[in-house]
Write a new protein. Sequence first.
Lengths: 309, 188
Amino acid sequence: MGRVIQKTEAMKILLFRMLGWMMILWPYAGMAQEDLLDLLESEMKPSREFIDATFKSTRVINCHSVERMQAGDLDFRVAHRFGMLKGGLEEFFGLDESSSHVSLELGITDWMMVGAGRATYDKMFNGFVKLSPLRQARGKWPVPFTVSFYLSAMGTNKTFPDPSWEVDRQHRMSYCTQLLVARKFTPWLSLQVSPTWVHKNMVALPEDPNRLFALGMGGRLKFTPRTALTVEYFKVYNRELLSGPTRYNPLSVGVDIETGSHVFQIFLTNTFAIVENGFIFETTRSWSRNEIHLGFNITRVFTILPKRT
Amino acid sequence: MKIRMLVWMWLLPSLLLAQDSLYFTRTGHIYFISHTEIIDIDAHNRQVGSFLNIKTGELVFTLLMKSFEFTLPLAEEHFNENYVESEKYPRSTFKGRILNLSPDDYLVAGKHPVEVEGELTIHGVTRKVRETGELTVGNGEIRANSRFTIALDDYRIKVPSIVADRVARVIPIDVVMVYKPYNPSGQK
């Protein structure tokens, strides 16, 4: 019994001594673990960082993306929508027929770009401005989305079927207003919602609505650093009120391929028109009837005003 | 006596830890250029952080890849998105030491050629490197200059064949740091 007590006494003394040494050595422990690189990282407090390249191109497919050309970059774009694939060999799977759009688009500042182009469909000129007041950012003052406004005017100089219709310039105009909201969720996944209003100054019949609202949705899924799968859909409200052939919701599925200063977008779509008044008002083809067009957008970017660093 | 010794043992580490041997900058400058017959692509990063411990010769660097500003804006996007994958590997760091100077040398005004050895991490790949540079001591600051090259292959930075003739495989890098004595509370 007595020996047991002795043992616990000895252990107590040992414990106190160990505690004493630990207290003495404690301040040195921190020294050994001092890592200069860790100290440096904590000194370099995270500043604000913009999330770039939500999309590779300024278009998702038909629809504008939140992206802009950067200040001083000029984009030369050529877009094609071929005829329907189901045309078969006689129509060479639609390649005999095509609707095209060429444009020049310039980044003015990092939050504003302008562009102008011409579409064969309905002989349409168009001009636009795209502003990005809010850009997705992390760090100090994080912002969850990039928000862009897209404002565009379109005018046709086509001859109407009956030359006696003297359509003045005003009635040849259409307008599109879009709010583009996108988020790059991960480096490989970006999604965009695009409420869209298109107004045509002239429509086929007096009962036809002049203005349609459409809700656009789109996204891209990067599967390699330079290629991505893209999808885009517009739900066009009140499209059944339009006279003439049945209108459908535009749906497009494609692939983005990036090579240096070029981006190729190749896709399948049920739209034939390329600018907004066309594909929102006049998509008369339907995926369910196999009325699918092959399309592509090619862009070539020229840096005309180098950034000063 | 015993008590006094204990007090000293407690105070000593905090005296040793007094960080007057540390020199610091958060605005270091790194410049690189990819030179080819077709196109020169260059960028500056003026937000490089670095510590130099003159007592031990320890030298550390850190930078955000996204802080490189390119002369060609499109190149900046490609750099971050495709080449160095800045989302996945946001930082490049260096951790090493100056081999040939003793603590007193850092107090002698004038130029000192230096040899530096350590681990350089870029694009998630860490490699042992040994480079040379020059320190200039004077006016209460230490200036460090170095020029060295890195090979893209060493850091598994891939260049697609389609742009193969537009991107140099070996990139010269210029480093300019102006260190001031480190003041943990004061530096903002």
